[in-house]
Design a protein around this ligand. Structure first.
Ligand code: NI
Length: 251
């Protein structure tokens, strides 16, 4: 299995980070993509250490929550992305649920980073919350950038739109939540050839451990849920997702 999106540098892992990584490996999560969203020097050095390890790759980008701090990040980001273990730019996008940064700044920073991804020939991981129309409008101008919609929580119409654009779509813990019948119904329409699974740890712990700190080992629950939903064997799901990871991230 692979956890395509976890925040291993998060302070919630400060006391037992190495144990978290070992537990993931013991649970069969052989690969992880660590997503950096905070750019203090100590975060960056921890990130570089983590992605230097076997089985851990990285992604880095200015999260829409931090868009109004982009001026500080934009000087650091291009150099960071030169590391061959970094396989995507992200997470980037628009979040109109929290509106932590003004929307026009979020859009501007999203566009600038898509341009950077295009120049660096990196795929992007997109965070899109309650901003589907604006995300679609921005992404339309970057057709040649490989795009993954992370932690999908939209409806069927949105899913069909993203798939129609050729994007990959990734699901996290909410697919397992007891009250997520509508999301599971939508996920039934998800073609396995365009699917990725993730934890978004330390957030969004799946059903059996919901409410606790999430960690990469728990991506197994998301695999179980998807295998049940699509009536496929877990090992077949693992095999097809590993082809998708190769196609999208090149690893
Ligand atoms: Ni995330």
């Amino acid at each position: 299995m692979i956890d395509t999106h976890c925040h291993l540098t998060d302070k919630k892992f400060a006391s037992d980070r190495d144990a978290v990584i070992s537990r993931a490996r013991e649970a069969g999560v052989k690969r992880m993509i660590c997503v950096l969203t905070e750019f203090a020097p100590e975060d960056i050095s921890l990130f570089n250490d983590l992605i230097s390890r076997d089985g851990i790759w990285g992604a880095a980008g200015c999260h829409p929550h931090e868009a109004d701090g982009y001026e500080k990040i934009k000087g650091i980001l291009p150099g960071l992305l030169e590391n061959k273990k970094i396989v995507a730019l992200g997470e980037i996008g628009l979040d109109y649920h929290y509106d932590n940064s003004p929307r026009e700044i979020q859009i501007d920073v999203f566009e600038k980073q898509l341009q950077m991804a295009k120049e660096k020939k990196l795929p992007v991981i997109v965070h899109c919350r309650e901003a589907g129309d604006d995300c679609a409008a921005v992404l339309k101008n970057f057709r040649d950038v490989k795009t993954l919609l992370h932690c999908f929580s939209g409806d069927s119409a949105q899913l069909e739109h993203w798939l129609g654009q050729g994007y990959f779509v990734s699901f996290a813990g909410p697919i397992t939540f007891k009250n997520a019948g509508a999301l599971r119904e939508t996920a039934l329409k998800m073609p396995l050839g365009r699917l990725l699974l993730e934890t978004d740890a330390p957030y969004l712990a799946p059903q059996p451990v919901r409410g606790k700190r999430n960690e990469p080992a728990y991506v197994s629950h998301n695999y179980d849920q998807f295998a049940r939903l699509k009536v496929v064997k877990k090992e077949d799901l693992i095999a097809s997702l590993s082809l998708n990871v190769k196609e999208f991230f090149g690893i």
